[in-house]
Design a protein around this ligand. Structure first.
Ligand code: GDP
Length: 174
């Protein structure tokens, strides 16, 4: 697909532990429905989403790991050229939040220094099962200079906001 019919075309990636909801977030952003099944081993590689910001037409090419994170096999090429990232953890699993700093290190090692990173605590609909206080997400984001949001791909809460926060920051930086 060419970028000739839009003002900006950029790549963004979804990063985070397995089963935190990356595929469903991507699916939502690209305009789809929530899927209850977990994704197949080989999933969608990327999806496009067009959005109008101010007077500009922006096309975001969003990459999903397609399950590579299960094998710790996310390669540097996954991050190459990405201007934005949604770093996702699951608010009901502390271990996925603890991993976020590991993912952050990797993104900073392999990605561009200017990558706009949004820290996303997903599954906010599961309040009864919460293990990670929102405050912890907020604090990590503050320490690392990231934007922070809690989302639910199930109820579609804040998903658009997280995506738009990334898009507007990328445009501000260009
Ligand atoms: P990925 O491995 O990070 O891509 O995660 P998936 O998108 O495949 O989701 C993993 C599991 O979590 C699936 O069973 C989803 O249905 C479920 N899931 C994803 N997002 C949410 C959410 O916001 N709320 C709830 N309750 N479940 C979710």
């Amino acid at each position: 697909m060419s970028g000739e019919d839009c003002d900006y075309l950029f790549k963004a990636v979804l990063v985070g532990d397995a089963a935190v909801g990356k595929s469903n977030l991507l699916w939502r952003i690209a305009g789809g429905e929530f899927r209850l099944d977990s994704k197949p081993t080989i999933g969608v590689e990327f999806a496009y989403r067009d959005v109008k910001v101010g007077g500009s037409l922006v096309k975001a090419q969003l990459w999903d790991t397609a399950g590579q994170e299960r094998f710790r096999a996310i390669t540097s090429s996954y991050y190459r050229g990405a201007l934005g990232a949604l770093l996702v953890y699951d608010i009901t699993r502390q271990a996925t939040f603890d991993s976020a700093t590991k993912w952050l290190r990797e993104m900073r090692q392999f990605g561009s220094g200017e990558m706009v990173i949004i820290l996303v605590g997903n599954k906010s609909d599961l309040q009864h099962a919460r293990e990670v206080p929102a405050e912890d997400g907020r604090r990590l984001a503050e320490q690392e200079g990231l934007c922070f949001m809690e989302t639910s791909a199930l109820t579609n809460s804040n998903v658009e906001d997280a995506f738009m926060a990334m898009v507007t920051r990328i445009l501000e930086a260009t």
